[in-house]
Design a protein around this ligand. Structure first.
Ligand code: 5AD
Length: 335
């Protein structure tokens, strides 16, 4: 379905929620049936060189104990994920030159040797094309690289010193290299009007990503944006639904950021176009230090029996958890 900016702004404002959510659910079920892909995430380091004004792991946040998991610890987490039947492993860290890409790529190669039936997604921020290639050659299948916004002014204000064009270049490199690529936005950043956000949905579609994810902005302590209002949760559900209708074959997760603002987010999000859930397998001892935003990694259900709780939510949405690699069915058509 083809939207123009004005249609999207109206939908984001809730002009036609009943139609929107039903159409998104239908589009999702036509592509992925009643399946929900389940992923396990390992937050392997919170060391970060950047100072993004919204982010709790920004370099200047001295309140945080910094950690980097060893290879043995990462392998242990990966085994833990596979032992639960999950075949999609996501590794995420802060964005830092101090991470040893070669070593981490070798760790990925080891994961893939030990667990050949899994897919690995990396989410380490921007890298050179050569480094992305090295990760791919060592077995990485997919990459998550949020742009957060595709508007220069919003981007530069929130990311002091960094340029949107470099981020876009990374996304293009990843697509050229044959990665399945995930990207998306933070709804509610300063200067980010609904009109700009609506334009960005259309621009992201042109870039041609395999996975779409938008989180509501969450004011995080020890950041310059600590006192701002959080992004509107309903607009995030609506944006997921809109993107599902625009590109029915992409993967769309219900993010943990949404879960920290809205208790029933999983079941709700799954009924509104999303088809992916992620579960943290980061070791308990460091989990609290991966505090990108307030409430991150303290969601109660994740402390109980996380997988059982997740399955309950999936059931509530009238769907079934699918323990497979969970690749996107979106076909990148090239530039
Ligand atoms: N609010 C919402 N999302 C955030 N992220 C980082 N900080 C925040 C915040 N304050 C998201 C970004 C990032 C991902 C790992 O977490 O989208 O890419």
């Amino acid at each position: 379905m083809v939207f123009v900016t004005k249609d999207i702004v109206e939908l984001l404002n809730g002009s036609n929620d009943e139609w929107l959510y039903q159409a998104a659910d239908k589009a999702k079920r036509q592509t992925y049936g009643n399946k929900v892909f389940v992923r396990g995430i390992i937050e392997n380091s919170n060391i970060c060189d950047r100072n993004c004004l919204y982010c709790g792991v920004r370099k200047e946040n001295k309140e945080l104990k910094r950690y980097s998991l060893s290879e043995a610890e990462i392998l242990e987490c990966a085994r833990g994920i596979r032992n639960q039947g999950i075949k999609s492993i996501v590794m995420q860290s802060g964005e830092s030159q101090s991470h040893n890409d070669k070593k981490i790529a070798q760790t990925i190669a080891k994961i893939k040797t030990e667990i050949p039936d899994c897919d690995v997604t990396i989410s380490f921020g921007e890298k050179s094309r050569d480094v992305f290639k090295m990760y791919k050659d060592n077995g990485a299948d997919r990459c998550l690289l949020k742009v957060e916004t595709l508007q220069d002014d919003v981007y530069e204000y929130a990311h002091s010193g960094y340029k949107l064009k470099d981020r876009i270049k990374s996304i293009e490199d990843l697509l050229d290299l044959g990665y399945q690529v995930g990207s998306g936005f933070i709804y509610g950043l300063p200067l980010y009007t609904q009109e700009k956000f609506a334009q960005d949905l259309l621009s992201l579609q042109k870039l041609g990503v395999h996975m779409y994810s938008t989180t509501p902005f969450i004011a995080s302590k020890n950041t310059p944006f600590a006192d701002l209002d959080c992004g509107e949760v309903n607009a995030v559900y609506r944006s997921n639904a809109i993107y599902r209708i625009m590109e029915p074959t992409v993967n769309i997760p219900v993010t943990s950021a949404l879960a920290s603002l809205d208790e029933n987010s999983k079941a709700k999000g799954l009924r509104r176009g999303a088809n992916v859930l992620m579960l943290s397998f980061t070791p308990e001892s460091v989990r609290k230090d991966y505090s990108i935003y307030r409430g991150k990694n303290t969601v109660k259900t994740e402390e109980l029996n996380a997988l059982e709780a997740l399955e309950e939510e999936v059931k509530k949405a009238d769907m079934v958890p699918a323990y497979e690699r969970g690749r996107s069915l979106y076909q990148y058509k090239g530039r």
